[in-house]
Write a protein that binds this ligand. Structure first.
Ligand code: PEP
Ligand code: MN
Length: 297
């Protein structure tokens, strides 16, 4: 057995892993890259789809306002949490998850603007309901290695956005992707959302966006990979530079939190962009994408 370290500067992935641990996630040759089709939107080709919207859909009016805004800017995928992995168990009028009501609001977004919906699944018991509205099922960082959840979500055959756990290696990340592929669901999109490191420059920066995972993933897997600079930086001012860098590094899409009134966001108020900031970000992103012969949608 040859150690892959002879070929790649990888730390923990061997040729044997590629053959026997994640043969379905692994590239078959150096030009093997999958394009995932979500209805009429392609992820992994020369298009760079944005997934934009609020952390949490707070009410129908705000969901529609944000959806209208991103739709006018030419985006096709709306992100919004209905079931949320909130860090603390207490709920209030300000800090809440809308649950089933949120799914109804996402349905309105879909019907009124024809946007595709990506929303998180936390629990096997929610899969049936969420599957009625979601075009992409999001597995959050905290559930990356919740294997029964991965398997049950995979069985719906709905495309899956798999977020990297903030402490997981690429090997672990691909192991989780393999669980989904192994159920026959070929539509896996990887998402880098920041890793936990001891040295950050401010207390609000909980994670650091690991841009190096983009070229690393592309050496080994054919699956598309996007980034979520909002959750990585936790800080709106840093979202633009990290989004631009993501496209420069080869990301196949970007997830961005956008809110009509960021200061009053129910969850994570420091990280969403307002409409003006998001519009300006798109102008810059498009320039970088165009220089790489890709198109932001
Ligand atoms: C989210 O996207 O709403 C979210 C909770 O992200 P993460 O799982 O990356 O923390
Ligand atoms: Mn969040």
């Amino acid at each position: 057995m040859t150690n892959i370290q002879n070929k790649f500067p990888g730390k923990d992935i061997t040729e044997e892993d590629i053959k026997s641990k994640f043969p379905l996630a692994a590239k078959r040759n150096k030009d093997h890259f999958s394009v995932i089709k979500v209805k009429d939107v392609e992820i992994g080709g020369d298009k760079i789809p944005m997934m934009a919207g609020p952390n949490t859909v707070e009410n129908e009016e705000m969901a529609l306002k944000i959806a209208e805004n991103i739709s006018k800017l030419g985006n096709r995928i709306f992100r919004g949490g209905a079931f949320k992995p909130l860090s603390f168990p207490y709920r209030s009028d300000k800090y809440f998850e809308p649950r089933e009501k949120g799914l109804d609001w996402l349905k309105s977004v879909k019907e009124k603007f024809g946007l595709l919906i990506v929303t998180e699944v936390m629990d096997i018991r929610q899969i049936d309901n969420i599957s009625k509205v979601a075009d992409i099922l999001q597995i959050g960082t905290r559930n990356m290695q919740n294997y029964p959840l991965l398997v049950e979500c995979a069985k719906t055959n709905i495309p899956i956005l798999l977020k990297r756990h903030y402490g997981a290696s690429l090997r672990d990340f691909l192991g989780s992707a393999e669980y989904i592929l192994n159920e026959g669901n070929k539509n896996v999109i990887l998402c880098e959302r920041g890793v936990s490191i001891p040295h950050t420059h401010r207390s609000t920066s909980r994670f650091s966006l690991d841009l190096q995972i983009i070229p690393a993933a592309k050496e080994i897997t054919h699956l598309p990979i996007i980034t979520d600079p909002s959750h990585a930086t936790f800080w709106a001012d840093w979202v633009e530079p990290m989004a631009l860098a993501s496209i420069g590094a080869g990301a196949d899409g970007v997830m961005i939190e956008v809110h009509n009134d960021p200061k009053n966001a129910a969850v994570d108020p420091l990280q969403p962009l307002d409409f003006e900031q998001y519009k300006n970000l798109l102008i810059k992103l498009k320039k970088i994408a165009n220089s790489l012969e890709k198109q932001v949608i």
